[in-house]
Design a protein around this ligand. Structure first.
Ligand code: FEO
Length: 403
């Protein structure tokens, strides 16, 4: 693949990782890219790098435009190794390059690579550097995604090099948002936000405030598709996700041993739908936790079910709840449910973790062994009563008909 022009003198020179299926626990069914960008000016500048195993391909791509030894600046917007992992190789070629990064970026790079021969230029928020004809401004955006993060803004071209923010894990030959199905790009950006950025939503809001005054023509993230035709759309989505706005939807997440917990999940689906609340079912046997949390991002009602196994919940449910708790979604209503044989501890454990997440809890549901029709009707009535009592009635027609 050749370098791809973003604007006059600005090129994508990254790499596509077609085979990537797991990004530190996040299922990346569509692969990913590591987006590096090259600015051809008096001071040739490279923004971010790629993983080391893709370095040789990247250097070939770069060499079609420049002699990589002539790179003057390497901007490191983020230390994480998917972007910095090739710097030890790159700096062997670009021997005279200066690394531009935030104060914590320098600390992080030194802690990772233990190098005392790299030249650094440390930048502050709102600092601008001249590359010759063009200028690049830096905005520090700590914790979007690590404490070292910053974004770089090419003033004359209105390009925001946003690193992880606005990214998506998509491997493709297409580079721009008007070349690839937009719904998929937004879905993948949403999944990316839920899995990578969600715990830092308050920092995202600050970062959005910092970049809002900039005139942005293009957002060039470090993963996936570049935004040029739908900048406003993705900025609005980020504002919504960062503010923890949820929709009156219900997500029922469960695993089951002998289908009793699954039966409870089914009656919960009926009662929520009968009040006009759309439901999505997620069996932990078939859905990956990183796909489920993409739905958690905009869902108000989170029901989690597990049977009791050896005085505890099933490991699949425990794994999901550990992941969920780390992502700290706010403004949710939780419900714990499950079947049991004798101890019945799983539901209490699920409830405790959902409470630890800060969820407002509905009354938990526990059924011994196999729920019969009368017990299912009782669950329906109890949950219905709670929905009505708390005035969670929405002006939508019922989806299911049981009353
Ligand atoms: Fe794409 Fe936080 O690294």
């Amino acid at each position: 693949m050749n370098p791809i022009k973003l604007k006059e003198g600005v090129y994508w020179v990254g790499e596509v990782d077609w085979e990537l299926r797991n990004f530190h626990g996040y299922a990346t069914q569509r692969g990913s890219t590591y987006n590096s960008y090259l600015i051809l000016d008096e001071k040739i500048t490279l923004i971010d790098g790629v993983r080391p195993y893709l370095y040789d391909k990247m250097i070939k791509r770069l060499s079609s435009l420049i002699d990589p030894a002539d790179i003057h600046y390497i901007i490191s917007n983020h230390v994480e190794m998917d972007h910095s992992g090739s710097f030890p190789l790159l700096t062997k070629t670009a021997k005279n390059a200066t690394l531009i990064t935030s104060p914590l970026g320098q600390k992080g790079l030194l802690a990772h690579y233990k190098r005392n021969d790299w030249n650094f230029k440390i930048v502050k928020s709102d600092e601008t550097i001249s590359l010759g004809k063009k200028n690049i401004k830096f905005v520090l955006t700590p914790l979007v995604h690590w404490p070292d993060n910053m974004v770089s803004y090419l003033t004359e071209d209105g390009i925001l090099f946003s690193n992880d923010a606005f990214g998506q894990h998509i491997a493709s030959s297409e580079r721009f948002d008007d070349e690839y199905p937009l719904g998929i790009v937004i879905d993948e950006a949403e999944k990316y936000y839920a899995n990578i950025v969600l715990p830092y939503s308050s920092q995202v809001q600050k970062a959005m405030d910092a970049v809002t005054p900039l005139k942005i023509d293009m957002i060039a993230p470090s993963h996936g598709i570049v935004w040029r035709s739908h900048v406003k759309t993705i900025v609005e989505e980020y504002k919504k996700w960062a503010s923890n706005q949820v929709e009156n939807k219900c997500l029922i997440i469960y695993d089951t041993m002998w289908k009793s917990t699954e039966k409870i999940a089914g009656i919960l689906q009926e009662v929520f739908e009968s009040h006009g609340i759309p439901v999505k079912m997620a069996s932990l046997r078939h859905s990956h936790i990183s796909d489920i949390v993409a739905d958690v991002l905009t869902t108000r009602f989170i029901c989690v079910g597990s049977p009791t196994l050896n005085s505890n919940m099933l490991p699949t449910v425990a794994g999901f709840l550990t992941y969920l708790k780390g992502l700290s979604p706010k403004n949710r209503i939780g419900l714990a449910f499950g079947s049991y044989g004798w101890g019945g501890q799983a539901v209490t454990h699920v409830e405790d973790i959902l409470k630890d997440c800060g969820f407002e809890m509905m009354k938990s549901i526990k059924v011994q062994y196999v729920p019969d029709e009368a017990q299912l009707q009782e669950i329906f009535n109890l949950v219905k009563q709670e929905i009505l009592m708390r005035e969670w009635v929405f002006n939508k027609p019922p989806i299911a008909t049981r009353v």
